[in-house]
Design a binder for this molecule. Structure first.
Ligand code: DQA
Length: 147
C-alpha cells in the first residue's frame, strides 16, 4: 500500500457548515473528509485527515507527514497569512504540498493576499469551496498514477 496523503486543516475550519456560510459554504469538514476518503479509496490510497486550532499541532503533523506520508493537502486557515513556523515545517520536509482555500483569498481583504505557504507549495487551489480540497486530491491521485 502506498503511503497516505495527509489532509490538514487549521483554525476555525472545524466550524465549516455554520461559519460564515456565505463565504465558506454549508459543507462540513466531516463531509469534505468523507468525500475525499471515498475518492482516494477508489485509487487504493489512504488519507489521514486532521484539523486543529493550534499552530503547533499543524507543525507536528507536517513533520509526521514528511516521515510517513506521500503528500500533504493543507488549508492552514488564518495561519496561512501569519505562520513562519508552519512555513519552516514545510521547508523541512521533502514531499509535495498543495495549498488549498475554500475562498479566493485574492478577492478578499488585503491581509489575506499574502501566504507564507504559497512559495513553498507545489500548487495553490482556492476559490472553489469544498471542491478546492477535491481538486487538490485529484491532482495528487493523477500524478501518483501517471508519474
Ligand atoms: C481560508 C482563508 C483564510 O484567509 C481564512 O483565515 C480561513 C479560511 C479559506 O479556506 O478560504 O480560515 O483558509
Amino acid at each position: 500500500m502506498a503511503k497516505p496523503i495527509f489532509v490538514l486543516s487549521g483554525p476555525n475550519l472545524n466550524l465549516l457548515g455554520t461559519r460564515e456560510p456565505e463565504i465558506y459554504g454549508k459543507t462540513t469538514l466531516k463531509d469534505i473528509h468523507d468525500s475525499l476518503t471515498r475518492q482516494a479509496a477508489k485509487s487504493q490510497v489512504d488519507l489521514v485527515c486532521f484539523q486543529s486550532n493550534m499552530e503547533g499541532d499543524l507543525v507536528n503533523w507536517i513533520q509526521q507527514a514528511g516521515q510517513e506520508g506521500q503528500a500533504i493537502i493543507i488549508n492552514a486557515g488564518a495561519y496561512t497569512h501569519t505562520s513562519i513556523a508552519i512555513a519552516d515545517a514545510i521547508r523541512s520536509i521533502d514531499i509535495p504540498v498543495i495549498e488549498v482555500h475554500l475562498s479566493n483569498i485574492y478577492q478578499r481583504e488585503e491581509y489575506r493576499h499574502h501566504s507564507y505557504i504559497s512559495p513553498l507549495a507545489k500548487g495553490l487551489i482556492c476559490g472553489f469551496g469544498a471542491k478546492s480540497y477535491e481538486l487538490a486530491l485529484q491532482v495528487l491521485l493523477f500524478e501518483a498514477q501517471n508519474g
